[in-house]
Design a protein around this ligand. Structure first.
Ligand code: FMN
Length: 344
C-alpha cells in the first residue's frame, strides 16, 4: 500500500508556534528527556536513532528506542539505514506499533559503524540514494517524513541534497550547519542554513550551537525552525526560556535533576537508569558557586536513595519529598511492564 495522498501538515503547523524542537541525540533523547523537554515547551521531540535493519529483524532494543511514554504527544521517530526496502518496512512496523506523527531519517551521523553501511552522513555523498530512501519511506507510511542532514560530507552540497529530499516527498528537512568532516568543530554555519532554506518550499529546521535565548533570537529568522541539542542537556528549561519563560533558580534545577533521575529509574530500572543518568546529572549543576564540587559528587551516585540523601545534604533548603515522576510516566511504566519492556 502506498500513501501518496496529502498527509497531515505536522511540521509546518508546529513550527508556526515559534517553539524550538528537541534534536535527536543518541544516548540522550530518550523518553525521560523527551518528556521533560516537551513539558518545558519543545515543539516536538525526536527519538534517538533506531536501526531500520534492527526493526525489520525484530530486534527488541531497536523497538525500545522508538517506544513512546504513555500519552507522549507528537512522537517523531528517527531511523537510520540505507536500503529503501528495509527503511519502508521498518517505517511500517514502527508506525503500526507506536503510531508516531512523523518519521525522520538520519542522514548526518558521522559514526563509522553507521557510515560504513551506507547510512547516516554517507548519504550526503549520494543525493540520489538519499532521495530514493526518503521516497520509499514516504510511500510506505501514512504520516509525513523528514530527514536530518549536515552541510555535506566534506564540502557543502546541502542545497542539492535537500532539494532531492523535497522532490522525494520530505515534508521537512533538519540541517546541522557543519559538514561530516567538521564533526563538531568550529561553529555551525547559520548563513548556509539560511541559504538552503531559501532554495526549499518545505520548512527547514536549523541545528547547531543554540545554547541561549539570545542565540535563538539571533538565528530563528534564518530558517522555519530551530533545533536545540546539547544546549538542552541538563537544561530542558531552555525550551521555555526561548519563548519568553523565566529562568529557573538553583532550587528548581535541583528538583528537576532529581525528577530526571526518578523518570530514568522508572523507565530503565534503577541500575541502568542511574548509570545512564551519570552523563546527564552533572550537566544540571553548572554556573553557580561550588558547582564543580557538586558535579563531582552527584555523578558518583549509583542509587536513587543515595542521590536523594546527597542532594538533601548539599541543598538542605530544597524540598525533594514532593518531587514525582508525573502521572503520565507512571502509567507508561505499568503498561511497559505488562508488555515485557526491559531496561537497557
Ligand atoms: C551525543 C550526540 C548524539 C547525537 N545523535 C544524533 C542522532 O542520533 N541523530 C541525529 O540526526 N543527530 C544526532 N546528533 C546531532 C544533533 O542532533 C545536533 O544536530 C548537533 O548536536 C548540533 O546541534 P547542537 O549544537 O544544538 O547540539 C547528536 C549529537 C550529539 C552531541
Amino acid at each position: 500500500m502506498t500513501f501518496m495522498s496529502a498527509k497531515p501538515n505536522f511540521h509546518r503547523a508546529k513550527l508556526e508556534s515559534g517553539r524550538a524542537v528537541l534534536a535527536p541525540m543518541a544516548g540522550f533523547s530518550d523518553a525521560p528527556f523527551r518528556l521533560l523537554c516537551r513539558e518545558f515547551g519543545a515543539a516536538w521531540a525526536v527519538t534517538e536513532m533506531v536501526s531500520s535493519m534492527g526493526v525489520v529483524m525484530n530486534g527488541r532494543k531497536s523497538f525500545e528506542i522508538g517506544e513512546p511514554y504513555e500519552g507522549e504527544p507528537d512522537l517523531v521517530i528517527q531511523l537510520f539505514g540505507s536500503d529503501p526496502q528495509v527503511m519502508a518496512e521498518a517505517g511500517q512496523k514502527l508506525y503500526e506499533e507506536f503510531k508516531p506523527v512523523a518519521l525522520d531519517i538520519n542522514m548526518g551521523c558521522p559514526v563509522p559503524k553507521i557510515v560504513k553501511n551506507g547510512g547516516g552522513a554517507c548519504l550526503l555523498q549520494n543525493p540520489d540514494a538519499a532521495h530514493d530512501l526518503i521516497q520509499a519511506l514516504d510511500k510506505a507510511v501514512p504520516v509525513p517524513v523528514s530527514a536530518k542532514i549536515r552541510l555535506g560530507w566534506d564540502k557543502y552540497n546541502a542545497i542539492t541534497v535537500a532539494q532531492g529530499l523535497e522532490a522525494g516527498g520530505a515534508a521537512c528537512v533538519a540541517l546541522h550547519g557543519r559538514t561530516r568532516a567538521q564533526a563538531y568543530t568550529g561553529q555551525a554555519d547559520w548563513d548556509k542554513i539560511e541559504e538552503v532554506q531559501s532554495h526549499l518550499k518545505i520548512p527547514l529546521v536549523g541545528s547547531g550551537d543554540i545554547t541561549t535565548k539570545e542565540l535563538f533570537n539571533e538565528r530563528r529568522h534564518k530558517a522555519a525552525g530551530v533545533m536545540i541539542g546539547r544546549g538542552a542537556v541538563g537544561r530542558p528549561f531552555i525550551f521555555s526560556e526561548v519563548i519568553g519563560g523565566m529562568s529557573l533558580g538553583v532550587g528548581d534545577v535541583v528538583r528537576l535533576a532529581y525528577r530526571h533521575a526518578l523518570l530514568n529509574v522508572a523507565w530503565y530500572g534503577e541500575d541502568s537508569g542511574m548509570r545512564q543518568m551519570r552523563g546527564v546529572l552533572g550537566q544540571y549543576f553548572k554556573g553557580f558557586a561550588g558547582a564543580s564540587q557538586v558535579r563531582g559528587r552527584v555523578t558518583q551516585m549509583v542509587t536513587l536513595e543515595g542521590l536523594r540523601v546527597l542532594l538533601g545534604e548539599l541543598f538542605p533548603e530544597v524540598r525533594l519529598e514532593d518531587v514525582e515522576v508525573g502521572a503520565d510516566f507512571a502509567g507508561h511504566t505499568a503498561a511497559a511492564h505488562k508488555s515485557g519492556h526491559s531496561s537497557r
